[in-house]
Design a protein around this ligand. Sequence first.
Ligand code: PLP
Length: 403
Amino acid sequence: MIYMDHAATAPVRKEVLEAMEPYFTKYFGNPSTFYTVGREAKKAMEESREKVAELIGANPEEIIFTTGGTQSDNIAIKGIVLKNKNKGNHIITSQIEHPAVIETCKYLEKNGFEVTYLPVYEEGIIKIEDLKEAITDKTILITIMHVNNEIGTIQPIAEIGKIAKENKIKFHTDAVQSVGKIPVDVNELNVDLLSMSGHKIYGPKGIGALYIRKRTRLEPILHGGGQEKDLNPGTENVSGIVGLGKACEIAKEELEYNQKYLTKLRDMLIEGILSNIEESYLNGDLINKVPGTANFHFVGIEGEGLVLLLDGKGIAASTGSACSSKKLEASHVLKAIGLEDVDSHGSLRLTLGSENTEEEVTKVIQATEEAVKRLRSMSSIWNQRENKRKEDINNKCTSCSLE
Ligand code: PLP
């Protein structure tokens, strides 16, 4: 199998699995207990907190463990707006956030909050002037993702954070697709809150973290036994936490190399697809993009058909984000960058990981070319376009010979 859907999830690294194993068997204790197996679990948890903090330039006390990106986003967004609802009711976000943020904002809209969804234009990036214009004296939170999960574009987080600070507005970023892939430093980025997830960085699923800057107060949205600063109560997923810590440690060690390597593979992939397949286009900005992500659209085909044909050749790819690819509606991200529904349905997302090779990229380019050709041979939209093109050429030739 050639796996090229790392934005959906990544395989757990062998070293991660090995680090986790003792916390299922030998040190299975509840970390809130005081005997040896509990204490060992607690110690491992705190070591992991340090590793997570180190990857993003934070202090360990500023990290809480969660069940993943979705829970981190919910705890951060709802926690801030509920805590600050006496100061205002306005939230600013972007049109291309992950459902974990968009749906949370929609829920809050139904409960008396107002939300501005900033446009991202053809490049998939917000404009700072739009952000400045959107701020009112009722704005209590800005939540804008660092890297988009579908098209990979990078938002100007440090600049947004500076504006948020100047206006005394709390700033959260969903960094699920950037942590471990590009440098992330909470101080350089000027963020108050940052969400991350284990399974996007070769860690296990169902574990993540939320960075909460010192002195940032959140209203708890979950209630229970007080674990994780009372923000994520419940017995901790110790083995998952150990796995997340190990994944962060490896990500930090390999970040520089992987960034270069994945940029090279991604550019090879983009060049190969665009030059070999006519009427193929790259979605979103080419430059301001995370190393491993490439999202294309091919005129005259259905992305679902393409994904199935590629799967038949042992290639795992995606039409949009995994979470929303169940829905048949056009992707809200591709819509936001101006794609017509018909083009959006012909999209393919390929996201690379460190275990992919140049040979695999070559195979994927070839397989995509063949699959697109096959789908187009059966596509009425494509055939109509081809007939029209031939007709236009004929008409041109006839008028030429008349001159
Ligand atoms: N935010 C972004 C940008 C994502 O890509 C994802 C997962 O695809 C999430 C949040 C949700 O993360 P999790 O699956 O850990 O809940």
